[in-house]
Design a protein around this ligand. Structure first.
Ligand SMILES: [Zn+2]
Length: 73
């Protein structure tokens, strides 16, 4: 799995962002919390879907910390 260099957390709510590789080298980045999405390709990132403002207003439901990232192998 390729590491996403920038945009590892959502700029709107700080949730971890999920990356999905596309053919052609593009990566679709999406936030499960607010539904915002970005397309990442080489040096640029373009927002393809704005965040859901209702979800941004809601409190994070326990998934704020990323245990998998710091858990020893
Ligand atoms: Zn978000």
């Amino acid at each position: 799995m390729q590491r996403v260099m920038q945009l590892e957390t959502c700029p709107y709510d700080g949730s971890p962002i999920q990356a999905e590789s596309f053919s052609g080298g593009s990566v679709l980045l999406s936030c499960a919390h607010c539904d915002a999405a970005w397309e990442w390709h080489n040096a640029w990132v373009r927002r393809v879907q704005p965040p859901d403002r209702a979800r941004l207003a809601a409190p994070l439901t326990g998934s704020h910390t990323v245990d998998a990232a710091v858990e020893p192998a």
